[in-house]
Each structure stands twice: as C-alpha cells, then as structure tokens.
Design a protein around this ligand. Structure first.
Ligand code: ADP
Length: 363
C-alpha cells in the first residue's frame, strides 16, 4: 500500500505552474501549512490579497494533482491572502486584514479554556452589535464544540447557489455559519485539529458574507498550535478574551493574550463572564466565582477591560432555547450588559485605536 508523505505531495505540486509567474507553486513558496495524515491532505495556497478568485483554477489544479497520488484519500486546498515576505511575520496592514471579503472588521472571541462562556458571549455580542445598527455575521470556528447553531436555533445546512460559495444562514438579524455543519462530528479529533485552519479559511473566504460591518469569529478554546495557526491565517482586526473571575481561568486568559501578541493581533480587551450572580428569586447578589479578577488582570497586563457579564439563569436558558437573551429580552439587565459591551467594541473598531498587545511574561 502506498503511504502518502509530505515529500510526495510537494513533488506532485511542483508540476503545477502559476501561469502569471511562470514558475511552479512550490518554488514560488505558495504552499503553506501542509498537513498529511492518513491519506488526508490539507494546505493553503498563498496568493496576493486582491487576486483570490483569479487563483481559483490554480487551487483546483493543486487539489487534482494531489488527489491523483496513490494513497490520497482527501485533499483540501484553500486560498489565503499573502502575508508578505517579512520574517518574523509583521502585522498585516488594515487594508490587508480587510482583504477582498466585503467585511470591514473581523474580530475573534477567544478564551484560554473551554466552558467560560465564550460562545455565549460571541452570540450575544453579535446580536447586540446588529441591534446597534452594524451589519454583523457570526462564524462558529469552535471545532471542538460547535454550539452556535443550538444557541441561535439554527438547523439544516448552509446552501450554495453555484456549488462554490456558501450562503450564510440567518438568525436574529445576523448572518451565521458553523464549522460544525461542514465537518461531521464522527470525524476523528486527530484529523479535526489539522482541518481547523483549512476549514476556517474556507468559511471566511468561500462564504457570501458581504456586505458586513463586523464578522465575529467564535474561536476554538485554548492556546495550542491550531489556535495559533488560526490567528495567523484569519485577517483579524482584533481579539476579545473571555474569562471567568476564577484564577485558573485568568491564568489561561493570560496565555490567550500572549498568543495574540505573538501573532500581532491587537487585543481589544478582556471580558469577565459569570461575574456577579443575581438570584432570580430574591435578586440577592453574590460572587460565586469571585469578582473583579479579569479587571485586575487586564490592568496588570496593560490591556483594556471591556466589561462584566452577570451569571444569570436567563442567559443559559435563552442560549439553550435558541433565542439569545439580547434578542429575547433586550431590555433586561443581562442583555444591556451585552449591549454595553458591543458599544465598547464598536467604538474601538471605529476609532481603530486598539492598543498594541501588552507585554506578557510567561511564568
Ligand atoms: P464556551 O464556549 O466557553 O465553552 P459556552 O458559551 O458554551 O462556553 O457556555 C458554557 C455554559 O455556560 C452554557 O451552558 C451557557 O449557557 C452557560 N453560560 C455561559 N455564560 C453564562 C452566564 N453569564 N450566565 C449563565 N450561564 C452562562
């Protein structure tokens, strides 16, 4: 049985010539992030940010050449915008970051670990931004637990008019797509990891998002290689870190910050989720997970604190019910906390004056 190796894949790709440059795609350094695993191949084809659609035939030729190799079971090649020759990579310019998407700003909602309410914040932030008058989309890139369809009450799969470009789904005034609807849940984790970059890039570039003011990306939790790759590949205008007040989550949030700093993504700030607990019966206020930890950490790390979201059963119930609190009960204190957050985020994007990433010293 033939074993597919990165070397044999690269050898096949050397036969693919970019007619515009009269040289092969490997020699031109266009092949990035090649992953070969059990006959499954993924890689990115780096092109200038203004020539995406024109390079589609080249991308297709690359896929075809690799698929023809003995032992090749699947091939996913995506076009990504060229980051320029600088090494180490420099922050892309604002223009590069916006690219040809028709989306003014792409922002990432990230967390150091799972279960802190990252997806809940991403959903409600997106709906709140829309309510403030910004055309908003939501991309669920949380490959390890795509929960956006459930939180938005979406079912079924996105459709495509031409077999190439996906139409985003619609819910509560926003456009939305979940990576969960493209990668089946029974695919093994080991393959899902390397797939993250490829699939996410496709969900950014091969979806009819335009015209949008803001695209919110719900990132996978954690700070591993997959997340780092994402941060490098996706044209991010900024990142938001969600944390609970607990120390352990805050330590993870610090790692999240460090990751974005390494990839030159401006950090818009930290959000404290599950901050104050309000008893739905008596209104009594308590601090189950502590309080103020994210604010203190933000101050210590020199990055902005964007606000607190209370721990409230209505937030969980509305999420589980498919109608986010910002849509279900927009005048509730919980929804207003998200509206205030959205307002701050929009202001920062408008001003374009995001502070540079803070200096992080890892213990
Ligand atoms: P993550 O995306 O970080 O894994 P989720 O957004 O899926 O986390 O949230 C985990 C659980 O916590 C969900 O059941 C969600 O409804 C609940 N949750 C998140 N934030 C809050 C909050 N502020 N108040 C009450 N429940 C919350």
């Amino acid at each position: 049985m033939s074993i597919l190796t990165p070397e044999s894949v690269l050898a096949a790709l050397k036969s693919i010539i970019d007619p515009a440059k009269n040289n092969d795609v490997v020699s031109l350094g266009m092949i990035q992030g090649l992953v070969v695993k059990d006959g499954h191949v993924s890689f990115a084809l780096e092109v200038a940010s203004n020539e995406g659609p024109a390079k589609e035939p080249l991308r297709h030729a690359c896929e075809k050449a690799v698929l023809a190799l003995p032992g090749a079971r699947s091939v996913a090649a995506v076009l990504t915008a060229h980051r320029g020759p600088a090494s180490p990579p420099k922050a892309a310019t604002r223009q590069d970051r916006q690219g040809p998407l028709g989306v003014k700003s792409v922002i990432a909602v990230a967390s150091g670990k799972g279960g802190v309410g990252k997806s809940t914040v991403a959903v409600n932030l997106a709906v709140a931004l829309q309510r403030l008058g910004h055309a908003t989309g939501l991309l669920d890139a949380d490959i390890y637990g795509p929960s956006i369809p459930r939180m938005l009450g979406l079912s079924g799969k996105p459709t495509s008019r031409d077999g190439k470009i996906l139409q985003p789904m619609q819910a509560w005034g926003i456009k939305a797509i979940s990576i969960g609807s493209l990668i089946s849940e029974d695919q093994p984790m080991i393959w899902r990891g390397p797939m993250v970059m490829t699939a996410l890039t496709q969900l950014i570039y091969d979806v009819e998002w335009a015209p949008l003011d803001i695209l919110v990306v719900d990132m996978p939790p954690g700070t591993g290689d997959a997340q780092l790759t994402l941060a490098q590949r996706v044209p991010l205008a900024g990142a938001i870190i969600v944390s609970t007040p607990q120390d352990i989550a805050l330590i993870d949030a610090r790692k999240g910050l460090a990751m974005f700093q390494r990839t030159h993504v401006p950090v818009l700030g930290i959000i404290e989720n599950m901050s104050t607990y309000f008893c739905p019966n008596c209104g009594h206020e308590s601090h189950i997970f502590g309080h103020g930890g994210a604010r203190e950490t933000a101050a210590k790390l020199g990055c902005d604190f964007l606000g607190e979201i209370p721990l409230h059963i209505s937030i969980r119930e509305t999420s589980d019910g498919g109608t986010p609190i910002t849509a279900r009960d927009p005048s509730s204190p919980q929804a207003l906390a998200f509206m205030a957050l959205a307002d701050r985020v929009a202001e920062k994007l408008k001003a374009g004056t995001t502070r540079p990433g803070p200096r992080i010293i890892m213990e």
